[in-house]
Design a protein around this ligand. Structure first.
Ligand code: NCD
Length: 312
């Protein structure tokens, strides 16, 4: 059986192109499974997974939980707001206590960049990064790339735009790594204040002109402005931001072609994207959500097959 080159999923940066292809191949199989009348397989019946969420989440948390349940794993859910973290317990202590209850795998979202990597070095468990601050969100990038591949086939030479708050977005960084690894061309579009310095060193081009980028690309991934991560003001007003960087039906109509529109959610309707576009046939936002479950089943299954526990 083919296996991943890693034993944790900490970021796309640590993966090889073969890992991405193996995850996609496995996800294609699981997508077929979750569309059957009986959506479950017994594969992970002897495995226990803890979902540790130290930061808010709707889609990612539900998607991981559903993926685990579709694989028949036992699932523990932990939210920082209701935990002893508030009483001063350290991350390593919290996780070691959970592992003492014989947990095999940890899915973690944390506000600090590097938290998943840190944990993988300090506890004996398989760690899946479900978003670490502004750093990486590997499962999101995998489901985005998988959804694009469903639309276009091979992504080699495809032009993908990432528009919005690149500076604070873990989705942007993980997408850049994944899309480049799959041979796509990537162009970032944002106000200068929301573009990290030297980002071109990752092999992407940048622009502050949305129409130029839309004319160039085959697909645009529209990102939310991460207000909760901003201590400063990065642009004058939300209205001005959406006038310059918001995706509207009017802008799409001016193009001489039809582009595919992605959004990781949660959407701020009327800011980075209008309802008209978000609800149009060009948007594959709900396909992304459906694919998210299949991709996470694939990630969990492939990492579980590296544990010394026979799968069913
Ligand atoms: C993203 C995240 O949390 O980084 N959402 C998600 O996981 N679906 C993007 C965002 O919050 O804007």
């Amino acid at each position: 059986m083919k296996t991943l080159s890693v034993s944790h999923l900490l970021g796309i940066k640590y993966l090889k192109p073969e890992d991405l292809h193996l995850i996609f191949e496995t996800a294609t199989h699981f997508k077929e499974v979750i569309n059957r009348p009986i959506k479950k397989v017994p594969s992970l019946r002897d495995i226990t997974i803890a979902n540790l969420f130290f930061e808010n989440s709707t889609r990612t948390k539900l998607s991981f939980e559903l993926a685990e349940k579709r694989l028949s794993a036992d699932v523990l859910n932990f939210s920082a707001a209701q935990s002893s973290v508030k009483k001063g317990e350290t991350l390593v202590d919290t996780v070691n206590n959970i592992l003492a209850m014989k947990v095999d795998m940890v899915v973690m979202r944390h506000p600090h960049p590097g938290a998943a990597h840190f944990l993988s070095q300090h506890v004996k468990s398989c760690i899946i990064n479900a978003g670490d601050g502004t750093h990486e969100h590997p499962s999101q990038a995998l489901l985005d790339a998988f959804s694009l591949q469903e639309k276009f086939g091979d992504l080699g030479g495809r032009r993908i735009a990432i528009v919005g708050d690149i500076l604070h977005s873990r989705v942007a960084l993980s997408n850049i790594y994944a899309l480049k690894m799959l041979g796509a061309e990537v162009r970032l579009c944002a106000p200068k204040s929301l573009l990290p310095k030297h980002i071109e060193s990752l092999g992407v081009s940048v622009s502050t002109d949305l129409m130029e980028v839309l004319n160039w690309c085959d697909a645009a991934n529209m990102l939310r402005v991460q207000n909760e991560r901003m201590e400063l003001s990065y642009f004058p007003t939300t209205r001005e931001y959406s006038q310059n960087f918001g995706l509207t039906g009017e802008r799409l109509k001016k193009l001489r072609k039809e582009i595919v529109v992605l959004h990781p959610g949660p959407i701020n309707r009327g800011v980075e994207i209008t309802s008209e576009v978000a609800d149009s046939d060009q948007a594959i936002i709900l396909d992304q959500v459906e694919n998210g479950v299949a991709i996470r089943m694939a990630i969990i299954y492939l990492l579980a097959s590296k544990l010394n526990i026979p799968l069913k």
